[in-house]
Design a protein around this ligand. Structure first.
Ligand SMILES: [Fe+2]
Length: 368
């Protein structure tokens, strides 16, 4: 069977975008707008207009005001890559704008021009929002076609088991992602992110050194099981990059990767997709991965938890974070849309530094 329809990146004038953010462009410092860091290590939130808690006197940054400004978008991409995830409140954004935003952030960050937007392997062609928009819902998977099982307290997924970076089973995985929740429950369904920079910095130097010599196999096992369950005969190809093809849904990546924008090292394994460490025996691999997965999920000092409100927007960098939903919704509806940009093939630059090492070298406090 011929490959299904190839996804089309949103029509952006790449040359104009890059030129407008080139060396001559004004340097934008988004920290000059009213914001706060959610935790020392991860998360920055821009204040919404009228937020009585803000005493900084700084101007309010509206996401809408910078969607067409390449210099500001370049600064936003850098901030997301440094802080892992950036939040906006009262930022009404269409699905098309979500796609353009993440694609522009990736291009301005220097991703290969062959990297477009991801199409989930199980997405049926021609869904109403477009194939590149992922519908995030606690009721359905992959659009409105497949209903999830009813969730009860005893059938809730275990949050600790769901930490992941998006689509690491792809040879060219994601850089930037943008999620907004359009049907917001009164309470419940928070999202948590964890810093891959801090996860790595929190390991002892001998352990870090050991991990730097390793690679790991990632596989989309959950999607393979879902396809079997729902009778999906074939996965989509290509999935946003000429390298994201094939029906195996697997890729080998370094266990520690260097972020191309910050230059910082981060841990790059996750419980949802990482199957085994290639260079170790199966027993060694299982034990070490279990330790690393627990290291990510059990240390709340490297995590941030975000409560969704109407028109909240989260933009994160999958190269340096992990995330999970909170499975406390029962029958309350929570639905949103996500755009997912593809970045570059993960790599480790042996000369790169950890986040703490780099900031200390610059004389900067890690939480600033
Ligand atoms: Fe995800």
């Amino acid at each position: 069977m011929a490959p299904a329809a190839i996804n089309e990146p949103p029509r952006l004038d790449v040359a104009a975008l890059k030129a407008a953010a080139g060396p001559q462009a004004p340097v934008v410092d988004l920290r000059s707008f009213a914001h706060f860091n959610n935790t020392p290590g991860i998360g920055t939130e821009f204040r919404a207009a009228g937020d009585y808690r803000d005493k900084s006197g700084k101007p309010i940054l509206a996401l809408r005001d910078i969607l067409d400004d390449p210099a500001s978008l370049r600064a936003l991409g850098r901030l997301v890559s440094e802080r892992g995830v950036v939040f906006f409140r009262d930022a009404d954004i269409s699905t098309d704008e979500q796609l353009k935003l993440v694609h522009a952030l990736g291009l301005l960050g220097g991703k290969p021009e062959t990297s477009g937007l991801h199409v989930n392997p199980c997405t049926a062609p021609g869904q109403k929002e477009g194939d590149e928009v992922a519908r995030i819902s606690n009721n359905y998977v992959f659009g409105e076609k497949f209903k999830r099982d009813q969730s009860t307290m005893l059938l809730r997924r275990v949050g600790k088991l769901s930490w992941h970076s998006d689509i690491t089973y792809e040879p060219v995985p994601s850089d930037y992602a943008c999620l907004t929740i359009r049907t917001v429950p009164e309470t419940g369904g928070d999202t948590l992110w964890a810093s891959a920079y801090d996860a790595f910095d929190r390991l002892s130097p001998p352990m870090r050194k050991f991990l730097e010599g390793l690679t790991a196999l990632h596989k989309g096992v959950g999607f393979i099981q879902l396809a079997r369950k729902f009778g999906i005969p074939e996965f989509r190809e290509n999935r946003g990059s000429p390298e994201n093809v094939g029906q195996a849904l697997e890729a080998v990546h370094p266990v520690v990767r260097t972020h191309p924008i910050t230059g910082w090292k981060g841990l790059f394994v996750n419980r949802e997709f990482t199957q085994r460490i290639v260079e170790l025996t199966p027993y060694e691999s299982d034990q070490l991965l279990e330790f690393l997965f627990n290291h990510i999920s059990d240390n709340q000092d490297i995590q941030v938890r975000f409560r969704w409100e109407p028109h909240s927007v989260a933009i994160w960098d999958n190269r340096c974070t992990f995330h999970t939903a909170t499975f406390d919704l029962d029958n309350n509806v929570r639905e949103g849309t996500r755009g997912l940009s593809l970045g570059e093939k993960p790599y480790l630059d042996p000369n790169s530094l950890t986040r703490r090492e780099a900031l200390e070298k610059q004389g900067v406090k890690p939480q600033s």
